[in-house]
Design a protein around this ligand. Sequence first.
Ligand SMILES: Nc1ncnc2c1ncn2[C@@H]1O[C@H](COP(=O)(O)OP(=O)(O)OP(=O)(O)O)[C@@H](O)[C@H]1O
Length: 247
Amino acid sequence: MQEILSCRNVMVDFSGFKALQGVNLDVKKGEILFLIGPNGAGKTTLLDVICKKTKLTAGTVLFDGKISLEKLPEYKIVHEGVVRKFQAPSIFIHLTPFENLEIAMKQKKGLFSILLAKMSRLEKEKIDSLLNKIGLFDVRNETASSLSHGQKQWLEIGMQLIQEPKLLLLDEPIAGMSGLERTKTGELMQEISQICTVLVVEHDMDFVRKYSTRVIVMHEGKVLSEGTMQEIQENEEVKNVYLGRSG
Ligand SMILES: Nc1ncnc2c1ncn2[C@@H]1O[C@H](COP(=O)(O)OP(=O)(O)OP(=O)(O)O)[C@@H](O)[C@H]1O
C-alpha cells in the first residue's frame, strides 16, 4: 500500500518542552489509522503539525510522496487535500445542514465564486448525496441547533468531506456520543475510507479495536509501537505504558 503521509524525525519544542521528540511514521492510502497513547504523548500535537496549526521545530511531513507540508501555509495544506475536524464543532447553528454544507462547498471555490455563484444542479446533488452519507438527509432543512450532539459532529465531518480531501484528521470523534452514535460514526469512517485516508486520535479502545485497520502507539513524544490492534495489545512495552493501565 502506498504512503499518503510520511513524518520523518518530527520535533516540536514548546519553549524548551519537547512535545515531539523525533516522530517517524507512515500513513498508508486508504487506511483508518488510529493514534493512541497516554495523555500528553503528543498525539494532538502531531495532528497540529500536519495541518500546520503548530509549527515543527525540525523534521519533514511529506504528503502524497511529493509535497512538504511543513513548508506550506495552513490554507494551502487544505487545498492539497488535508483537512482536520476539531473536537468542538464549528458549524453554523442557525443555518440548516444543507446550508452549512453549501457554505463549506463554496469556501473551497473561493471568494469570487461565492459572490457570483448560483448553485448548479450538480452541486445540489452533491450536497444531497453527502447528506445521505452522513445520515442527515431527513433533517437537512432543520436548524442545526436542533441536531443531536452526534448529528452535529457528522455535519462537521460532512463539511470537511465536501472539500474532497485525500486525508481526514479526526481528534477524538466519538467523545460525548451515545453507543448508537459511536457505531454510526465508526461505520461512517469505514465508508469515508473508501475515498479518503483517515487518521484518528482516540482513547476509546473498544472503538479502536472495532474500526482500526492499523494502530500507532505514541509515548513521550515518540512512536512506541505500531501494528494491528491485536499486535499492539500483545506488546509488553505498550501494556506497561498504556493498555495495562487504561485499556
Ligand atoms: N502550546 C503548548 N505549549 C506548551 N506545551 C504544550 C502545548 N501544547 C501541548 N503541550 C504539551 O505537549 C504535550 C503533548 O500534548 P498533546 O496534547 O499533544 O498530547 P496528547 O497525546 O494529545 O494528550 P491527550 O490524550 O491528553 O489529548 C503535553 O505535555 C502538553 O501539555
